[in-house]
Design a protein around this ligand. Structure first.
Ligand SMILES: *Cc1c(COP(=O)(O)O)cnc(C)c1O
Ligand SMILES: [Zn+2]
Length: 432
């Protein structure tokens, strides 16, 4: 069942939906495009109310999850679905920073976000809380993998029926990572953009709550918490520069909105943060629009190992380009080999195993530093958005093998000696 209007508790600060293009306003229902101009709808808030009711102390007294920022999120409920999402570590990088020549580098580690080890748990926690408020009993999504995992898991927790759609050629870990929660899983023979088109039709005919289609304005607000947390974890300060991956571009634009909201209500001092975006060369329509200085996106057909960010026709791509330009940031793309090297580099220097999207971010970070586009003195935050155990295929064949030995000391000593000799030889090759 779908209700047409949302109830709103007296304590909530969200006001309405507003078209990002023409400014037309709508009630807080399940819709995502403007009836007049087809622009995307975004949630608005009463910032003077927030300024008067939210302080650093009220936030710190809240739960150790994204719901400490509940007043900045589009839910009316006092009891949102809380599966411990958010408040992931912001790790000060020493070894990667030194390797790249940066002085103040941080890794925001959503590879360990709860419950399904990607940043998508943030957006889904918000979307499903709102879906319940709007009266949906079946929830769904068009996914590149992680979103299906999150939707299936959090729907299971909340007792909602769930049917999720993915491209059929996803990594085994992403498929298993949905099936374990027993949703209906539709593996569509096609790429993400085809999955998404199909889902738009299903949303119209079945009246389900699609987290990233008809519930998209609520869903996308969840990504602001990646901005809020970094500001709070830096001691209520904004960084100088952020680097984040781009799929639809939504995450990127919402970190920006999060920083601006904290500034607007006086929780942090305003500052110009440079926004840099990362794409895989095999699916880089946002990078191309940025580089060619275009104000429109030319859709592409994805072909990359970074499947979680392989969206050929990105809904928020043009807004991401705008933000990178007006903040003095950049958008870069890297190839599949660089992505694998990025995954290995982060693992070897920081002990963080990220998936291909994170490899893309680290490879782009490296490329931007080498090109002089990130100043060594800047406080820089790299957003790691997913977990490497879900994309094991990507690194298979690039990470060596275990040394199999007998359960005997001499077998161990022989193997150890051989591996040290091999290491020395490799080093000699590097040196010549
Ligand atoms: C979905 C996803 C992104 C980017 O999402 P958008 O908001 O669509 O740009 C980044 N990293 C990972 C791991 C993802 O699953
Ligand atoms: Zn409009």
């Amino acid at each position: 069942m779908q209700a047409t209007t949302g109830t709103q508790a007296a304590t909530a600060s969200f006001k309405n939906l507003k078209c990002k293009e023409c400014g037309a306003e709508y009630e807080l229902q399940a819709s995502h495009v403007c009836e007049f101009c087809f622009g995307p709808l975004e949630v608005t808030y009463d910032y003077s109310n927030l300024r008067n009711t939210v302080t650093r102390q009220t936030i710190q007294a809240g739960p150790n999850s994204i719901w400490r920022y509940r007043k900045f999120l589009p839910v009316a409920s006092e009891n949102p679905i809380d599966v411990g999402t958010g408040m992931t570590p912001l790790v000060r990088s020493h070894r990667l920073a030194r390797r790249l020549g940066l002085k103040k580098l941080y890794i925001k580690n959503d590879a360990v976000n709860m419950p399904t080890l990607s940043f998508k748990d943030r957006v889904v926690s918000v979307a499903l809380t709102r879906a319940k408020e709007l009266g949906f009993s079946t929830v769904s999504c068009a996914s590149t993998g992680n979103l299906a995992n999150s939707t299936a898991a959090i729907a299971a927790h909340a007792g909602l029926d769930c049917c999720v759609f993915i491209p059929a050629d996803l990594e085994a870990g992403k498929i298993l990572g949905s099936l374990i929660y027993s949703p209906t899983l539709m593996a569509v023979k096609g790429n993400y953009d085809q999955v998404n088109r199909l889902c738009s039709e299903v949303a119209n005919t079945h009246g389900w709550g699609f987290v990233n289609i008809n519930l998209r304005p609520y869903y996308s607000e969840g990504s602001k918490t990646l901005g809020f947390e970094v500001a709070e974890q830096l001691g209520w300060e904004l960084p100088d520069h952020i680097v984040a991956p781009l799929a639809s571009g939504s995450l990127f634009t919402k970190i920006y909105k999060g920083f601006n909201e904290f500034t607007e209500v006086g929780l942090v001092e305003g500052k110009k943060v440079r926004f840099s975006g990362a794409q895989a060369e095999g699916c880089s329509p946002i990078y191309k629009a940025f580089k060619e200085d275009r104000d429109f996106i030319e859709p592409v057909k994805p072909n990359t190992i970074a499947k979680s960010i392989a969206i050929g026709n990105p809904a928020d791509g043009i807004y991401a380009v705008e933000i990178a330009k007006k903040t003095g940031g950049n958008i870069e793309a890297v190839n599949d080999t660089e992505i694998i090297e990025g995954m290995k580099l982060l693992a070897e220097t920081e002990g963080i195993f990220t998936e291909t999207a994170g490899g893309t971010t680290i490879a782009v970070l490296k490329k931007l530093v080498e090109a002089g586009k990130i100043d060594p003195e800047e406080t820089t935050v790299a957003y790691i958005t997913g977990n490497g155990l879900k994309t094991q295929e990507a690194v298979q064949g690039y990470i060596g093998e275990p040394l199999t030995i007998e359960a005997k000391l001499d077998s161990f000593e022989t193997a150890l000696e051989r591996s040290r000799t091999l290491e020395r030889l490799e080093w000699q090759q590097v040196l010549v």
